[in-house]
Design a protein around this ligand. Structure first.
Ligand code: SF4
Ligand code: SF4
Length: 230
């Protein structure tokens, strides 16, 4: 069911006025290709000790299993710079503001949100955040395994607001950012990674220092998208 009065432009405007740096929408669906890729990744043990990747697969690969009745996912980005120390709290607070704005804007009001299930997320539930951000037109996954937004770079926190209605996608032309939609021939992050955790296709969590000490960001520091060179 389409929500009367609710469009991509209205949602993006609500996100930006709430303080988000960018936002897009994607239909709730099952991500079959990602399911295959991640199952294989886990089977090979590349997830290291992140055992939560071994659970909740059905919910992770299809957000409708996590939020029954989900039809649309609003994916938002907030830069590290704007999110402060407690990014979970900041992102969720902006998502609640956005939710309120949308409820006041749209005829459906609060009915477009699940009355029984959590529908605001930020790095806190089995959700394919980066996959959905890409599908929502917010960037691509770089060889450093991060979502790269062509204008904002990869230092962004991803949030989701799940709607139980379809949304008219009234974007005339999907946003393009100077053709910057891939890593091209760059391999700076692979070459610079001290743990040799990165390959051209894969990421080995067992070798990633960030997952051991939370103190490595080299693959983001060397990325030209973060230096704003592109
Ligand atoms: S965070 Fe550090 S160790 Fe992990 S992939 Fe990036 S550069 Fe390599
Ligand atoms: S450093 Fe280069 S290869 Fe790595 S994510 Fe950035 S653009 Fe892609």
């Amino acid at each position: 069911m389409y929500a009367r009065g609710l469009t991509y432009d209205i949602i993006r405007h609500a996100a930006l006025t709430s303080g988000m740096d960018d936002a897009g929408i994607v239909a709730a669906q099952r991500w079959d290709d990602d399911a295959l890729f991640m199952d294989e990744w886990v089977e090979q043990g590349l997830h290291g000790n992140m055992s939560y990747f071994e659970r909740n697969q059905a919910k992770r690969y299809d957000i409708r299993e996590l939020v029954p009745g989900a039809r649309t996912v609003v994916v938002t980005l907030l830069t590290y710079e704007h999110s402060g120390h407690d990014y979970h709290r900041t992102v969720k607070s902006l998502l609640y503001q956005m939710k309120q704005t949308l409820a006041e804007t749209c005829d459906c009001g609060q009915e477009m949100f699940s009355p029984t299930h959590q529908h605001i997320f930020c790095d806190s539930a089995p959700v394919l955040e980066r996959r959905m951000a890409v599908a929502a037109g917010l960037g691509f996954i770089g060889r450093n395994h991060q979502l790269i937004h062509p204008r904002l770079g990869s230092r962004v926190h991803i949030g989701e607001l799940v709607l139980q209605v379809d949304v008219e996608d009234d974007r005339g032309v999907k946003p393009t950012y100077s053709g910057a939609t891939s890593c091209g021939e760059c391999s700076r992050c692979i070459d610079a990674c001290p743990g040799k955790a990165l390959g051209r296709q894969e990421w080995d969590a067992r070798r990633c220092i960030a997952y051991i000490t939370h103190k490595c960001e080299i693959c983001q520091q060397v990325c030209p998208y973060n230096e704003k060179l592109i």
